[in-house]
Design a binder for this molecule. Structure first.
Ligand SMILES: Nc1nc2c(ncn2[C@@H]2O[C@H](COP(=O)(O)OP(=O)(O)O)[C@@H](O)[C@H]2O)c(=O)[nH]1
Ligand SMILES: [Mg+2]
Ligand SMILES: [Zn+2]
Length: 358
């Protein structure tokens, strides 16, 4: 059984429900999505749900895992309304036409999981942090498989340097060590998504936090850190805490690369060290690329700032600008298409009801 508050339902969603003023509707949270069929959590348990016809919009406007929705109870229940999201984890979905794909909605925190060995890469972690903070969630960096590496503390320090203000924890999911550091982030009603490349141990970690082998994990193959990718669907997993309370974990399949989808403003948060240096640049809009009197490039030449970190910022800023421009282009096209459609509709109405127009 679930309670709405353990699932993360709060006053903001309650007031959205109230504003629908339809006593036949009930709140529910999307736990899994399989095309047009959904698994939802409600206070009376789990149930299947389908979309009511009119919700069939563009993909960002369709319910995603973690979304709060209003349902008409039944078998299956019908989802009639999607509540406004508090936060989200978004990536750009692959395909001819790039579009935003909601990986998880209404997430409070995100465990960004990496592992010692070939996955370890500060540049990849920076990328995740930008995406997480851009969606309004709080990141926690987890370096897994600490059992395989005696230098775990120096790896942690390396990530702390690229993640100002973000906790960086070394753990071993396999040996269940260091997990207390993660558990302190699980509160009643709190939603924590777990992201990272395939094989870093996300499912193993979630099983440990759940206290049961709920998820299949990859087999340890030849070589030390290789794992098979086994999670294929995103899903919500309630975690029992003390006193009957629950938090909610979101398992995600391994992402080969989390393509950035975040507002430009989040770059500043992740690269706060560079932002601080930039206050000393001669030009206020210095891009730290070629301008004279650039305090950031001076810090690089003095060896105080890693040149790779600066080029990472440049790369992410270019990507961000590129996506923003493309998105704007589509928004204009879409607007144009709608205007044309409404224009046609107007003419049609005029044709059918000529008198009403006068
Ligand atoms: N040595 C070691 N192996 C681990 C650890 N955590 C997970 N693994 C192994 O890594 C492989 C991939 O784990 P899995 O949880 O499926 O990764 P996922 O793809 O991120 O969900 C499996 O063979 C796990 O047993 C750990 O802390 N130490
Ligand atoms: Mg997995
Ligand atoms: Zn500069």
């Amino acid at each position: 059984m679930y309670s709405l508050s353990n699932l993360g339902f709060g006053p903001d969603f309650q007031s959205q429900l109230d504003s629908l003023s339809d006593p036949s509707l009930a709140p529910a949270r999307v736990a899994q999505e399989h095309g047009s069929r959904y698994l939802i959590f409600t206070p009376s348990g789990e149930s299947e749900a389908v979309l009511a016809g009119r919700l069939d919009f563009a993909s960002e406007e369709r319910p995603a895992v973690g979304d709060w929705v209003a349902i008409q109870p039944g078998d299956p229940a019908r989802i009639v309304h999607l509540f406004q999201r508090r936060s989200w984890l978004v990536r750009q979905a692959a395909g001819r036409r790039t579009h935003a794909q909601i990986l998880a909605a209404n997430v409070d925190k995100v465990f960004v999981v990496t592992a010692v060995g070939h996955d370890f890469n500060p540049r990849r972690v920076e990328r995740y942090l930008v995406a997480v903070q851009g969606g309004g969630a709080e990141p926690i960096v987890v370096v897994n498989k600490a059992d395989l590496c005696p230098e775990i503390d120096s790896l942690r320090a390396e990530l702390e340097a690229v993640a100002p203000g973000v906790p960086v924890l070394g753990v071993s999911a396999l040996h269940a060590s260091g997990l207390e550091g993660l558990r302190v982030h699980l509160h009643a009603g709190c939603t924590v998504a777990v992201v990272g490349s395939s094989g870093v141990g996300k499912s193993t970690l979630i099983n440990r936090l759940l206290g049961e082998e709920a998820l299949a994990t990859g087999e340890l193959r030849a070589g030390i850190e290789k794992g098979r990718h086994t999670t294929t669907h995103r899903q919500l997993l309630p975690v029992p805490l003390e006193d009957g309370a629950q938090a909610v974990l979101v398992d995600t399949p391994g992402l080969r690369e989390l393509q950035l989808w975040a507002p430009a403003s989040t770059l500043g948060g992740v690269f706060a060290d560079i932002e601080a240096l930039a206050t000393e640049c001669r030009f206020r809009d210095c891009t730290h690329a070629h301008e004279p009197g650039c305090a950031v490039r001076e810090a690089v030449s003095r060896g105080e700032l890693d040149a790779d970190r600066l080029s990472s910022l440049h790369k992410l800023a270019r990507e961000q600008a590129h996506h923003a421009a493309r998105q704007e282009g589509w928004a204009r096209q879409e607007q144009h298409r709608k205007e044309k459609q409404f224009g046609r509709l107007g003419k049609e109405i005029e044709r059918l009801h000529p008198k009403r127009q006068r």
